[in-house]
Design a binder for this molecule. Structure first.
Ligand SMILES: *Cc1c(COP(=O)(O)O)cnc(C)c1O
Length: 393
């Protein structure tokens, strides 16, 4: 990592909680895929704010949409509707291909999943099935859905009636789900757990299991939505539709925005007064989301993401020490042949590339969809170099 300015550390320790540790890099500006730190060192950002800066940094369309909106109408509360919010909801409805789709806007992934969790109570049932390793957020309800023991342990008791079964394991789902189950929640690809893709047909089998028992099927597309996987939503490659989609991360084009979308006319809906949030779907974030969607469509960035996926998988699989390259579109997990992912991520940062290590043997990349072929190739070369440096190969 770049040398840490003493003042940065002191400042953080003096004023911040330590829940994120002490970040070693202090970023001050960005343009496209490039970010610059307080030492004026430049990096190619292959993490994209964790799959969030879908159009990179300071994209002209986002800057224009946000500036225009904030100059016109910044916040109104949900006592009033506003054109950007309605237009974005309409657009999301079109993207689902279902005109019964109904949108609830919030500000984050945890909130989107909290909304789904509350909505599931409207079935009159309380049991929920989720998967081990899944990440659904950190608030108490979302944390109860999250299947990672280290994040749950300090905060028990969590919500009751939530069972976790291994991800990708259909027989385990069949055992756990019954008519008494209110909802099943699954990430189409486990993001935080290291970009883990389930076996082909998993999502479809979940659909038929949930249909069989009248259970709500929720796909948490917070990380896999917004074109990230080469489709608008991370489940679409299986030609299957959930009852509820949750979104956040990329949906706001880098601004805080989340959504819970119900599909189908039989899916429960919130009645007036049953749920809400002050900032959810505010005009500025909605305007940014609309601008991002329009650029992704106009520049065919989803098709491009699929072609970059192929390129990355072929080239990176060929690098010595790489065990497997997983994922879809521009959400890619690189599995290593040993537990040196943290060191490798640090070496890449030192060499000017931002990535992250969701666990000890996986590197995750989730660059903005505006990444160029030249930048992808630069990354591949840099990855091979960093591998050599870290493994002394
Ligand atoms: C990041 C993430 C969340 C939580 O989103 P926050 O905005 O951090 O609350 C939920 N689900 C998935 C799949 C995520 O990747």
């Amino acid at each position: 990592m770049s040398p840490v300015k003493k003042s940065t550390v002191t400042t953080w320790n003096d004023v911040m909680q330590l829940n994120y540790g002490v970040p070693e890099i202090n970023l001050v500006s960005g343009k496209g895929l490039v970010v610059t730190d307080s030492e004026k060192k430049k990096y190619l950002d292959f993490l994209g704010g964790i799959a969030t800066n879908i159009l990179g940094h300071a994209h002209p369309a986002i800057v224009k949409a946000v500036s225009t909106q904030v100059a016109k109408l910044g916040h109104v509360s949900n006592f009033y509707s506003h054109p950007s919010g309605l237009a974005l909801a309409k657009k999301l409805q079109e993207m689902t291909g279902d005109n019964t789709a109904r949108v609830f806007f919030c500000n984050s992934g945890a909130e989107a999943n909290e909304a789904a969790l509350k909505l599931s109570r409207k079935t009159g049932k309380t049991r929920i099935v989720a998967t081990t390793g899944a990440f659904h957020g950190r608030t108490m309800g979302a944390l109860s859905l999250t299947g990672q023991e280290s994040k749950r342990a300090p905060f028990r008791p969590l919500l009751k009636d939530i069972k976790h079964v291994p991800f990708g394991d259909i027989p385990a789902m069949y055992k756990a789900v019954s008519k008494k189950t209110a909802m099943v929640i699954v990430e189409p690809i486990l993001g935080e757990a290291g970009v883990v893709t389930p076996p082909d047909g998993y999502l479809k089998q979940l659909r038929s299991l949930c249909d069989q028992h009248g259970v709500l099927l929720v796909f948490d597309c917070v990380q896999t939505g917004m074109g990230r996987t080469g489709n608008w939503f991370g489940y679409e490659h299986e030609n299957v539709r959930p009852d509820v989609i949750t979104l956040a991360k990329g949906i706001g084009g880098g601004l805080p925005l989340g959504a819970m979308i119900t599909l189908g006319s039989k899916t429960p809906q919130f009645a007036p007064g049953e749920h809400g949030t002050t900032f959810g779907g505010n005009p500025i974030a909605a305007a940014a989301g609309l601008a991002a969607i329009s650029v992704i469509e106009k520049n065919r960035l989803m098709a491009q993401a699929k072609s970059f996926e192929k390129r990355l998988k072929i080239k990176i699989s060929a690098i010595r020490g790489v065990r497997e390259v997983r994922g879809r579109g521009l959400l890619i997990g690189i599995a290593l042949d040993g537990e040196y992912a943290k060191e490798l991520a640090a070496q890449l940062a030192k060499n000017g590339f931002l990535v992250n290590a969701p666990n000890l043997e996986t590197i995750r990349i989730a660059p903005a969809l505006i990444v160029t072929k030249a930048q992808i190739d630069k990354f591949i070369v840099a990855f091979a170099k960093a591998m050599k440096e870290v493994t002394n190969g």
